[in-house]
Design a protein around this ligand. Sequence first.
Ligand SMILES: [Zn+2]
Length: 279
Amino acid sequence: MKNRIYYQCNDKAIYQDVVNAMRNTYRKAPNTRKPLLGSLASSVEDRYDEYEQSFLANNLLSINDCTRNELESDALIYLYEGNSQIVDNLKISIKDNQEEHLKQICPSCGLLPAITVDHYIPKEIYPDFSIYSKNLIWTCGTCNGKKSTYWKESTHRGIINFYTDHIPTFRFIDCTIVNHNGILKVDYHLNVQLLSTYPHIVKHFERLDILGLYKEHIPTKLSEIIADIQSFKGILDSKKVKQILYKRYFSRIKDFGVNDWKSLLLRNIIIGKHYEQYL
Ligand SMILES: [Zn+2]
C-alpha cells in the first residue's frame, strides 16, 4: 500500500476551458448547460478553494454539503461525463504524474489494474468536484464499483485517501500459508487491533472487501510465483533461490510497501521454506 502524488494544476482555468469548449447548441437547441456553468464559475471556484484547504489539512470531512439545485448538479456532473477532451487530458496527466511502477495499479487493493477514475468525494453528492483534480484518482473497476457513492461515516472517512492519508509503515495485514499435502493455501487477515487509530483503513478494507478480492485472485497469483520458482529446478540450489526470493521481496517492499499482497506472500514463502518443495 503506497500513497499517490496529487496532480498540481490550475483547476479554475480547467473549469473555464471545459465550459468554453462546450458547444453553444445541442440537438439544434441552445445548450443551456453552458451559460449555466458559466454563471456558476465563481461559486465553483470558492468550492475549489474550500476543497483545497480541507485537502491540504487532511480534513475533507469539514467540506460543506452541496446546496446545488437539480439543474446545476446535472450541468456540473456533465462537465465530467460530457466526453470533454480537456477532461480526458486531465485524467491522463493525473496518471502520468505517478511513479512508473504505481501508474497501472489500483491503490485501493494494490492488486488489479487502475483503469477507471474514482471521485474520492462522489460527484453525485458533491457535483462541484466532478472535474476537480485532487478529487480524482485512478482505481480498478472493482474497487470503484464497490465504493460507489460511499466515502465517509459520521465521525471519520471510510475510504483511504491515497493522496493525503498517512499509510502506516508497520505490517497490519497478517498472511498465513498452510501446506495441505503439497498444496499451499493462503489466508490474509486484517490486524484490526493494530489499526485502532486508523478506523478509515479498517472501513476501507471492509467496504471494498479487499480480503475477499485477495481470496478470489491470489490462487492465480500464487500459481505464477510457484511456476517461477519451479523454473529454477535443477538449475539453482535452494540457498540461491532463497537469495533471489529475498531480493524480490525487498524490491517489492520498496515499491509497494509491507502491506502489499505480494510482499506478504513472498515473505511467508521464504520464512516457511515453502519454495523448497518445488526445487
Ligand atoms: Zn482495486
